[in-house]
Design a protein around this ligand. Structure first.
Ligand SMILES: [Zn+2]
Length: 91
C-alpha cells in the first residue's frame, strides 16, 4: 500500500524570485474581474492570482509591484503590497 507523503505541501512560485515555496507561506495577490488588485488574505478570492514569498527582498514594494504587474498585467497600489508588517498590525 503506498504511503502518504506527510511532507507533501502545495507550493507556489514567487512572482519576484521565481522560487517555489509552500503555498501557506506565500502572500497571494489577486486581480479581481473588475481589474482591481487585492491582497488575498484567505486564498479564496476569485480572480487571477500570483504569489509573493516571505523573503524581505521579495516584499520590497517596488520589486513586488513590478513582479505583480508582470504577472497580472496591472500595477497594484503600494497599499496593496504593504505586506512587510504583520497582517494584524494596526496603527
Ligand atoms: Zn520570493
Amino acid at each position: 500500500m503506498p504511503k502518504r507523503r506527510p511532507d507533501h505541501v502545495p507550493t507556489r512560485t514567487c512572482a519576484v524570485c521565481r522560487q517555489s515555496h509552500p503555498k501557506r507561506d506565500m502572500t497571494r495577490i489577486v486581480r479581481a474581474p473588475d481589474g482591481s488588485i487585492h491582497r488575498d488574505e484567505t486564498g479564496r478570492v476569485p480572480g487571477r492570482g500570483t504569489y509573493i514569498c516571505q523573503d524581505p527582498a521579495c516584499r520590497d514594494i517596488e520589486r513586488s509591484a513590478a513582479a505583480v504587474k508582470r504577472a497580472l498585467g496591472t500595477e497594484p497600489s503600494p497599499e496593496t503590497l504593504d505586506i512587510k508588517g504583520a497582517p494584524h498590525a494596526t496603527t
